[in-house]
Design a protein around this ligand. Structure first.
Ligand code: B12
Length: 215
C-alpha cells in the first residue's frame, strides 16, 4: 500500500469516527517505524480538519466533533512517545508554550511542544486555557527564551496580543521572543501584534525557534 493511501485511510478512520481502525493504524505506523510526524500531519491532522469542515457545514454536530478529537488524542497518546527520534538535535533553548485563555484547543499545541522537545529544547507546556498573566509569570520563572502561544478561535486570538502588551508594560519585551500559532494566525496578525513570528505546523515551529535562537 502506498504511503498516500495509508494517510487517506487514517484520515477516513477519523472522519468515520472509527476508533478501532484509527488505533490500529497508529500502532501500525509505530510498529513499521514510519515517519511519525508525517503520519500525524498527513493522516490524523488531515482527518480532524475534515471533521471540522463537516461540522462547519452542518453535517456533523458537536458530539461528533468532540468524539473525533478524542479519537485523535488517543492515537497521539500512542504515537507521541515514539516521536523522539526526529533526526539530529539542534541548539538548545527554553520554550514556554500554552493555549491562550478562553481556548481549550490543545492538540496542535501539544504536537508543537512534543516536536520541540524531540529536537532538544526544554519545553514547559502550560496546557490550554491559560491566563495572559500566568504565561508571562511562567516565562519569567522558567527563564524562557521563547514564549509560544496557540489560539484556534478568532475570539481568543486577541489574548496573544495581550501577552505581548503585558510584556511591554513590564519592560520585558526584549527579554523573550514571542511566537504565535493556530489556524487563524496570519502574517498580518503577527505584524499587528509585533510578535516575532508564526508557524503553520510543528516542523515550521521548530525551524522558527531555531532561527530565532540562532540570531
Ligand atoms: C478538534 C477541534 C475541537 C476540539 C478540541 C479538542 C482539543 N483537546 O484540542 C473540541 C471539540 C473540544 C473543540 C471545541 C470547540 N471548537 Co473547535 N475545532 C477543532 C478542529 C476540528 C481541529 C483543531 C485541531 O486539533 N487541528 C489539528 C491540529 C494538528 O492542527 P492545529 O490545531 O491547527 O495546530 C497546528 C498549527 O496550527 C500549528 N500550531 C498550533 N499551535 C501552535 C503554537 C505555536 C507557538 C506555533 C508556532 C504553531 C502552532 O502547529 C500545529 C501542528 O501542525 C478545528 C478545525 C480546524 N480546521 O482547525 C475546530 C475549530 C478550531 N473549532 C471551532 C469552534 C468554533 C469550537 C467551539 C467554540 C465550538 C462550540 N460551539 O463549543 C469549541 C471551543 C471551545 C473553547 N472555548 O475553546 C472553530 C473556530 C472558528 C473560529 N474561526 O473561531 C473551528 C475552526 C471549526 C470550524 N471550522 O468552524 N474543537
Amino acid at each position: 500500500m502506498s504511503k498516500e493511501n495509508f494517510y487517506n485511510d487514517i484520515s477516513k478512520a477519523i472522519v468515520n469516527l472509527d476508533e478501532k481502525k484509527a488505533i490500529e493504524y497508529a500502532n501500525k505506523a509505530v510498529r513499521e517505524k514510519m515517519k511519525l510526524l508525517e503520519v500525524i500531519e498527513k493522516g490524523f491532522a488531515a482527518g480532524i480538519r475534515k471533521v471540522g469542515d463537516l461540522w462547519e457545514e452542518g453535517e456533523f454536530f458537536l458530539p461528533e466533533l468532540m468524539r473525533g478529537a478524542q479519537i485523535m488524542q488517543n492515537c497521539l497518546d500512542l504515537i507521541i512517545p515514539y516521536l523522539h527520534d526526529a533526526s539530529e538535535k539542534i541548539s538548545h533553548g527554553v520554550v514556554v508554550i500554552a493555549t491562550i485563555e478562553g481556548d481549550i484547543h490543545s492538540i496542535g499545541k501539544t504536537i508543537v511542544a512534543t516536536l520541540l522537545r524531540a529536537y532538544g529544547y526544554d519545553v514547559f507546556d502550560l496546557g490550554a486555557d491559560v491566563p495572559v498573566e500566568k504565561i508571562v509569570e511562567e516565562a519569567i520563572e522558567k527563564n524562557a527564551d521563547i514564549i509560544g502561544i496557540s489560539a484556534l478561535l478568532t475570539t481568543t486570538m486577541t489574548g496573544q496580543k495581550k501577552v505581548i502588551e503585558l510584556l511591554r508594560e513590564k519592560n520585558l519585551a526584549n527579554r523573550f521572543k514571542v511566537i504565535l500559532g493556530g489556524a487563524p494566525v496570519t502574517n498580518t496578525w503577527v505584524e499587528e501584534c509585533s510578535a516575532d513570528g508564526f508557524a503553520e505546523n510543528a516542523i515550521g515551529a521548530v525551524r522558527l525557534v531555531k532561527s530565532l535562537l540562532d540570531k
